[in-house]
Design a protein around this ligand. Structure first.
Ligand SMILES: Cc1cc2nc3c(=O)[nH]c(=O)nc-3n(C[C@H](O)[C@H](O)[C@H](O)COP(=O)(O)O)c2cc1C
Length: 325
């Protein structure tokens, strides 16, 4: 049993409100994150999808931008909407982000980030966190990161999520920036030891329970992205092993609950595709995976009825019982 937090990593196109619902059915303990949203988008578009639901707590909103006043305005709204924490994205390596001067490039402008933190602090009472990288380019020196931490902690940031890699800007795609730069957990550990009073959360490449168990004692939490999206049922292992939750759900119950959610959302005008797509990986690495994906695709294309999701899980359960008896 741990009192440390496990965080769902923010992932654009993945950790939307529907996926967060799926994750929450599987795990009561994980700290949810929204996808990154720019301050401009948050201020100027319909914020319906950013209303926090009761069962989403604890949940952090991740904002991106460079304008302290816009950050302040967004944070004020986020607090009213029920978020538990404001996170600043200082780690995104996409080219679009570089042009807009936000994301990882801001590691080179710690005074700007510090000003944003100061304004957020004035506008709301929520904890503030920064998600960042170890450094930029091929430079393994940690001075850039330390300067960012020094300046922003003095402005009121208390939590730092460190993706244990550098960001290589302008040369690698965002996807490659999540695999090519070397993982350096030892450098994140050095940062934790240098700042024992700050909350330091390790992120990057965590993909087994052993990885979590090995590292969690050294940090204030662990953040996991791709492993959870690629294999959502991993969350059940996590609930059992880390949080002593004996009564976890099953695929059948998960699909039943999520399908009720889909039915309600369809009535509210949501497109079923955006909800069904998150179910693709729930039979990951099992003999049922291929048929399940095929069924989902045919439901999305309107060739099969959504009720067949439930039938599928019942048949799988029966087959399993017969095989085991
Ligand atoms: C599809 C995708 C989208 C992502 N979008 C974001 C994002 O919006 N904000 C962010 O800070 N990181 C984003 N990331 C990076 C993850 O949050 C995380 O730092 C990275 O995947 C490393 O963790 P992992 O090895 O556990 O996946 C994204 C990653 C993926 C795979």
């Amino acid at each position: 049993m741990t009192n440390k937090r496990i965080y769902l990593a923010p992932m654009v196109g993945r950790t939307d409100k529907h996926f967060r619902m799926l994750v929450r059915i599987l795990s009561k303990n994980i700290n949810l994150y929204t996808e990154m949203i720019t301050c401009d988008a948050f201020l100027n578009t319909d914020r319906q999808a950013y209303q926090v639901k009761k069962n989403e707590h604890p949940i952090t909103i991740q904002l991106a931008g460079t304008d302290p006043n816009k950050f302040a305005k967004c944070s004020e709204i986020a607090e009213v909407n029920g978020y538990d924490e404001i996170n600043l994205n200082i780690g995104c390596p996409s080219n679009k982000v570089i042009k807009g001067e936000f994301g990882a490039i801001l590691m080179d402008y710690p005074e700007k980030v510090s000003k944003c933190v100061k304004e957020i602090k004035k506008s709301c009472s929520l904890p503030i966190s920064i998600k960042t990288r170890l450094g930029l380019g091929y430079d393994k020196n940690l001075n850039r990161l330390k300067k960012l931490i020094d300046m922003t902690k003095d402005s009121g940031c208390t939590n730092f999520i460190i993706h244990a890699r550098n960001a290589i800007l302008g040369k690698l795609s965002p996807k490659k920036n999540r695999t090519v730069p070397e993982l350096r957990y030892e450098d994140v550990l050095y940062i934790k030891k240098t700042y024992p009073d700050l909350k330091i959360i390790l992120n990057g490449g965590i993909s087994t329970l052993d990885d979590i168990k090995k590292n969690i004692k050294d940090y204030d939490g662990i953040m996991i992205g791709r492993k959870i999206y690629d294999e959502p049922m991993f969350l059940l292992e996590l609930e059992k092993e880390l949080f002593d939750m004996n009564k976890t759900t099953s695929i059948k119950k998960l699909v039943y609950t999520y399908k009720s959610y889909i039915d309600e959302e369809i009535k509210n005008g949501e497109n079923k595709y955006y909800m069904l797509r998150h179910l693709y990986n729930i039979y990951y690495k099992t003999e049922y995976s291929k048929k399940w994906k095929h069924l989902l695709s045919s439901i999305i294309q309107g060739k099969s009825n959504i009720e067949n999701l439930l039938n599928f899980t019942v048949v799988c359960d029966e087959e399993k019982i017969h095989t085991n008896s």
